[in-house]
Ligand binder design. Structure first.
Ligand code: NAD
Length: 444
């Protein structure tokens, strides 16, 4: 059992903190957001993440999970201190390290005994050294700074944390290596690999992994666009390609582009790091560029269908989160779609199972967007249905119910959630990504 402090209790910090408590450690989560901390102290999980609520409640009841806004209180007897702070894109595309380095400045005087400070935030190459220098300025005791990037995915974060494909630890200190090895031993004892490397390699590993996945998604999106032009079906092509073990099926789903809090900023930051070291990572520049145009693909299909005039049209929009099973709307393609269509004069009736509050806070002022209580309410008075996020509940919906409520049976699907056969059988006009258009059969 170790005394663990988690600084920053967002998606990564709260999941990591709760899971470390579940593994038997005594965990204190620190956040500057008072409202969030009060909420957690009252037993409420401030984010939506499947399975988190149960684990959270169990560990609070077991007195292994605590919350505070006071860093100094949390630091008493701290052995391992995780920085799970935001690292958003700065104006030039570099990762903004002000949160991480700001906390590093505070940590020095609060260290009372040897401790391991862990960068869990996604941070550029060289950050562990910078954090170390900033802590050392005010520290009276020995410490180590370790890079331990997080690979969890929102929506399956608990499983990703407890059963990871790998754990990456960047450290050149034997002492820190031992501490981190012990901390993760309940997971590694179950056969999940842990890779020790130097700090810089660990930092780069995270960026390289996210950039590769962003490129993989972008690749299949471009294949999908080509499929439309040559009369192929990307769902078949994807299976044929992805079943090659060297390629793999995951992250090979065509759609309206990647979003979220990680891929967009991490790809940018890696380009920036490369540039700083005199290297032009031009492949990734193209990935960003193509992803941006992919976010427009469905809007362009819609405009074409309506002869470039959607003024006065109302669209039902299903899905606002950047992917299913999360309430996270950061860089969500759905938001780009809302902006483009409302600017073109359309009205939107939008629904998402979990992201409504976040969207309300973001779009409060847009009178052309109505947030409705469920997927069926979105369809009322709508000229067509648009799908931006592939929540399971959408694909399981009654198609007859959809058809009955829409003014016309027209669907534009940015996530390919329905089969062409089902659309044909139900009598919809259906456009998706990388597949032939389904036209309702005319009975003569
Ligand atoms: P987040 O924005 O959800 O959470 C960050 C938290 O830090 C917020 O609660 C904020 O109030 C708090 N905070 C800010 N300044 C603070 C301070 N001075 N002291 C204490 N708390 C403070 O961020 P996130 O999505 O959890 O991401 C955190 C890091 O992890 C980022 O670097 C991100 O790139 C990386 N990451 C995220 C994911 C993901 O899926 N979200 C996955 C892997 C890695």
């Amino acid at each position: 059992m170790k005394k663990v402090v988690i600084i920053g209790t967002g998606y990564v910090g709260l999941v990591s903190g709760t899971c470390f408590a579940e593994l038997g450690n005594d965990v204190t989560c620190v956040d500057i957001d008072e409202q969030k901390v009060v909420q957690m102290q009252n037993g409420k999980v401030p984010i939506y993440e499947p399975g988190l609520e149960e684990l959270f409640a169990r560990n609070i009841a077991g007195r292994r999970l605590h919350f505070t806004t006071q860093l100094a209180d949390a630091m008493e007897e701290a052995e391992v201190i995780f920085l799970a702070l935001p690292t958003p894109s700065g104006d030039d595309g570099s990762a903004d390290l002000s949160y991480v380095l700001g906390v590093a400045d505070e940590l020095g005087p609060l260290l009372k005994r040897y401790a391991v400070v862990v960068d869990k935030s996604t941070v550029p190459v060289g950050t562990a050294e910078q954090v170390s220098v900033r802590i050392a300025k005010n520290a009276a005791v020995a410490f180590d700074v370790v890079s331990n990037p997080e690979f969890l995915r929102e929506g399956v974060a608990i499983r990703d944390f407890m059963e990871p494909d790998r754990i990456v630890i960047g450290t050149s200190s034997k002492k820190a290596r031992k501490v981190m090895g012990e901390l993760y031993s309940p997971i590694t004892n179950e056969g999940h690999p842990i890779f020790f490397m130097n700090e810089r390699s660990a930092e780069l590993t995270k960026y390289a992994a996210n950039s590769f996945l962003a490129a993989k998604i972008t690749f299949i999106n471009q294949v999908a666009n080509l499929c439309e032009r040559v009369g192929a079906d990307v769902e078949s092509v994807r299976l044929g390609v992805g079943s090659d073990e060297r390629i793999g099926n995951r992250f090979l789903h065509p759609g309206i582009g990647y979003g979220g809090s990680c891929f967009p900023k991490d790809v940018l930051a890696l380009i920036h790091t490369a540039h700083e070291h005199g290297y032009d990572f031009d492949l990734l520049k193209t990935v960003i560029d193509r992803n941006r145009s992919q976010q427009r693909v469905l809007v362009d299909k819609i405009l074409k269908y309506y002869g470039n005039d959607v003024s006065g049209k109302t669209f039902a929009l299903w899905g606002l989160a950047f992917k299913p099973d999360t309430d996270d709307i950061r860089e969500s393609p759905a938001l780009a779609m809302i902006q483009a269509l409302t600017e073109a004069g359309a009205a939107i009736r939008a629904y998402d199972p979990e992201a409504m509050e976040n969207v309300r806070a973001r779009l409060g002022g847009n009178a052309k967007v109505v947030l409705v209580k469920d997927e069926f309410a979105a369809l009322q008075h709508a000229d067509a249905l648009l799908i931006a996020t592939e929540w399971n509940q959408f694909s399981a919906v009654s198609l007859a119910g959809v058809k009955e409520r829409l003014k016309k049976p027209v669907i534009f699907d940015g996530r390919n959630i329905f089969s062409l056969k089902a659309m044909q059988a139900a009598g919809f006009y259906y456009e998706s990504i990388g597949r032939p258009i389904v036209e309702p059969q005319v009975v003569v």
